[in-house]
Design a protein around this ligand. Structure first.
Ligand code: TZP
Ligand code: MG
Length: 206
């Protein structure tokens, strides 16, 4: 897959009254190079419509586009890939359906990371690094120790996620992350583009 540094995920609850496509375009203009549609609430037809709109937007900027949870929507919207959690469709089954598209897998422990890598995941998510209210199910933070562990043990790209803010991202980079994902800090910002630019300068300073 095309490599990336700053990964943004949609979180419409963080920007009431603002258009999701506008927010994501500001994120792209600020330097985000991969976007995930994550919508666990809307009816599927609406998720599909959002996926198609985001596909158009990301194509215009040559930004990678990933759909969370829904393999069928990823295929129908011609996303670049899908992102699956530990409780979703098994990676091997997803691979049969999406062929060479990107498959990202959420991991919370080194055994999950190694399994995802051995089964052919294109990248893994590592988190939640810190406490976050964005994820509905309560999961204990994996802490910077898990980031350090993955950085040593895994060859495929990994992205740190969960509670990452401008004020603590340096610690995550110090632990060995070179790719960062943030939801609330980016889409909830009153200056989405500026926040992304600030993340990028920290990633570049590393
Ligand atoms: N997976 C692990 S943590 C998380 C997801 C989707 C949410 C991260 O959101 P935030 O607002 O950046 O803490
Ligand atoms: Mg999922």
């Amino acid at each position: 897959m095309k490599d990336f540094r700053l990964y943004a995920i949609t979180g419409e609850q963080f920007h009431p009254g603002r258009d999701m496509l506008d927010v994501m375009e500001q994120a792209i203009l600020g330097g985000v190079d991969i976007i995930q549609l994550r919508d666990k609430k809307s009816p599927k037809a609406e998720v599909l419509a959002k996926a198609k709109a985001l596909r158009k937007l990301t194509s215009r900027y040559d930004v990678t586009f990933i759909v969370n949870d829904y393999v069928d929507i990823a295929l129908e919207a011609d996303a670049d890939g899908i992102h699956l959690g530990q409780g979703d469709m098994p990676l091997t089954e997803a691979r049969r359906l999406v062929g060479s598209k990107i498959i990202g897998i959420s991991t919370h422990a080194i055994e999950e990371a190694l399994l995802a890598e051995s089964q052919g995941a294109d990248y893994i998510g590592v988190g939640p690094v810190y406490r976050t209210a964005t994820k509905e199910d309560v999961v204990d933070p994996v802490t910077e120790a898990y980031v350090r562990e993955v950085a040593h043990a895994i060859q495929i790209p990994f992205v740190a996620i969960g509670g990452i803010k401008l004020h603590n991202v340096d610690q995550v980079l110090m632990a060995g992350a070179t790719r960062i994902c943030a939801v609330s800090e980016i889409v909830g910002s009153s200056n989405v583009k500026g926040t992304c630019e600030a993340f990028i300068s920290k990633l570049e300073a590393k």
